[in-house]
Design a protein around this ligand. Structure first.
Ligand code: CP
Length: 313
């Protein structure tokens, strides 16, 4: 694997999931693979899980790790060609990417959607510019439209907790006061489209995601109907895609409660975290024995490790 910017960069998702589960038995098994090599983790946005789990995964493989909070510590980058750089941008990505590539063997990048211009976000300017100019493998630690490391961790978690070959999996929107990106939901949907499952997306009318991503995945506008007999309930907020980046709906009746979870087949509750308690999900659900959010976050390490292992190999 040269780059990991999309879940489809993994040749066989099921095989990768199995490899990651095996890796958990002996996470230092490949500790010599990255010897003498370095990964740069560049953060244009905040993080807890991605930062720590990717660093841990890299260290488990023997890689040296350099972390930079690019958004607050780096020079502001220009991405457009032919610009007269006499405003606030101090450095062009052409130089920045080539310079960073001299210091490391892999670059991992987190750069969220701006949520003001749909076409700009869809163009994935930051990650694609680094891919174009760095000339070394690039890993997506959440870009404008995707979070494939999260989706891989989600696939590993569902494999560990599923009780039937073809579970019913529901991706449910839930309310949030701020405008959040679509990346986690997008990558989760793309991952689910590769799996054997009965997959349903539920959200209020008007909160449809990009149809180029949802394709023919089933959408059920009645959340309670969607939850019936579900084996996994995966919850995420996203801002409007149609009215791009806007918060048109904060309907608290979409919050996940134990009453709604009773409609399911004793479903496991999943969320990528961070999560706002009693806004997205009631305490009684996230604190219940069916909540697997902590195990899900733990699998971020093994998702990152299997991706970095494939790149190093
Ligand atoms: N789920 C996730 O990506 O968490 P962080 O934003 O804390 O990295």
């Amino acid at each position: 694997m040269n780059n990991f910017t999309h879940i489809s960069d993994i040749e066989d998702l099921q095989v990768a999931v199995k490899e990651a589960i095996d890796l958990k038995q002996d996470e230092l098994k490949f500790k010599s693979l990255g010897k003498g090599k370095t990964i740069c983790l560049l953060f244009f946005n905040n993080s807890l899980r991605t930062r720590l789990s990717t660093q841990k995964a890299a260290q488990n493989l023997g890689l040296n790790v350099i972390v930079m909070n690019f958004g607050s510590e780096g020079w502001q980058l220009e991405f457009e060609d032919g610009v007269v750089m006499n405003q606030d941008k101090s450095e062009h990505v052409k130089e920045a990417a080539k310079v960073i590539a001299q210091y490391c063997n892999i670059i991992a990048i987190r750069s969220f959607a701006g949520l003001t211009n749909k076409e700009e976000d869809k163009a994935e300017q930051v990650i694609n510019s680094f891919k174009k100019y760095a000339g070394i493998p690039v890993v997506n630690m959440e870009s404008a439209i995707g979070h494939p490391l999260q989706a891989l961790a989600d696939a590993i978690t569902m494999e560990e907790f599923k009780t039937k070959h073809k579970p019913k999996v529901v991706l449910s929107w839930a309310p949030h006061p701020k405008a959040l990106p679509h990346a986690v939901a997008n990558s989760f949907i793309e991952m689910m489209q590769l799996k054997e499952a009965e997959f349903v997306i539920t959200h209020p009318v008007g909160y449809e995601l990009d149809s180029e991503i949802t394709k023919n995945s089933k959408i059920e506008y009645n959340q309670e109907k969607a939850f019936e007999k579900a084996d996994f309930v995966y919850v995420k907020n996203w801002s409007s895609f149609k009215n791009y980046g806007k918060v048109d709906n904060i309907d608290a009746s979409w919050m996940i409660t134990s009453e709604k979870m009773k409609l399911t087949n004793n479903a496991k509750f999943m969320h990528c975290l961070p999560v706002r308690r009693n806004v997205i999900v009631a305490d009684e659900v996230i604190d219940s024995k069916n909540s697997i959010v902590i195990q899900q976050a733990n699998n971020r390490t093994y998702a990152a490790q299997i991706v970095l292992k494939k790149i190093l190999e």
